[in-house]
Design a protein. Structure first.
Length: 218
């Protein structure tokens, strides 16, 4: 898995009104996530690469949904000590009604695109959406817990043996949205790496939506 070699010092300043809805390094320390360090700049602040779906209509939907631009957005990232898990967090604000439309597009992507391809340079990668019923992170249960609406899905990207696991939770609260994404190499179910990821995910899921929704942490 490729992660950026960022210094853990001097995180990027954030506008106060949205930035206060992001997690901070002290939040993680208080929650027992001492293994994670805040990166100096977000690890995923670039535009997504071109994507191709199973039909021209779904190709258009994929690129529209994943390239949707918010009116304002702040981001942060955290990485554990051995760089095996990266957690990206973003809070955005959209024009009236635009967050609802974006969430609807993302739901449609996950419902109609079991797989798609994306091109990075001269390489083509396959992205597969994990059936939420079979996903050990239990996304369908997680979705019921947060905000006005939320959706969570896991995707596997890349060739077998080198697949990246990408799990994203989207939470909408009015015209604002939270994106919380966990990135790691795919690991054997029930193995130590999978257990470590599950522990980290459960703690971040207890923290990030609460901060975004302005609820007490812990």
């Amino acid at each position: 898995m490729n992660t950026r070699d960022d210094s853990p010092s001097a995180p990027t300043p954030q506008p106060d009104d949205l930035g206060r809805l992001l997690l901070t390094a002290p939040d993680l320390t208080d929650a027992g996530l001492d293994d994670f360090t805040e990166l100096a700049s977000p690890s995923s602040d670039e535009d997504p690469p071109p994507m191709t779906g199973p039909t021209p209509e779904l190709t258009a939907l994929l690129n529209k949904a994943f390239n949707d631009k918010a009116t304002r957005e702040v981001r942060t990232s955290f990485m554990n000590a051995d760089s095996s898990i990266v957690v990206d967090e973003g809070v955005s604000e959209r024009a009236t009604g635009a967050a609802v439309a974006w969430m609807a597009d993302m739901r449609q992507v996950y419902a109609q695109c079991a797989a798609w391809t994306m091109n990075i340079g001269d390489q083509e990668f396959t992205v597969q959406v994990v059936d939420p019923v079979a996903d050990p992170s239990e996304p369908l249960k997680v979705e019921q817990r947060f905000g006005d609406e939320s959706v969570m899905r896991t995707m596997l990207a890349g060739p077998l043996g080198e697949q990246a696991r990408i799990t994203t939770l989207l939470v909408r609260h009015g015209d604002r949205a939270l994106e919380l994404t966990f990135r790691s190499l795919a690991s054997e179910p029930g193995g130590p790496e999978a257990a470590r990821l599950a522990t980290a995910m459960s703690k971040f899921l207890a923290l990030a939506p609460a901060r975004f929704l302005d609820l007490p942490l812990g």
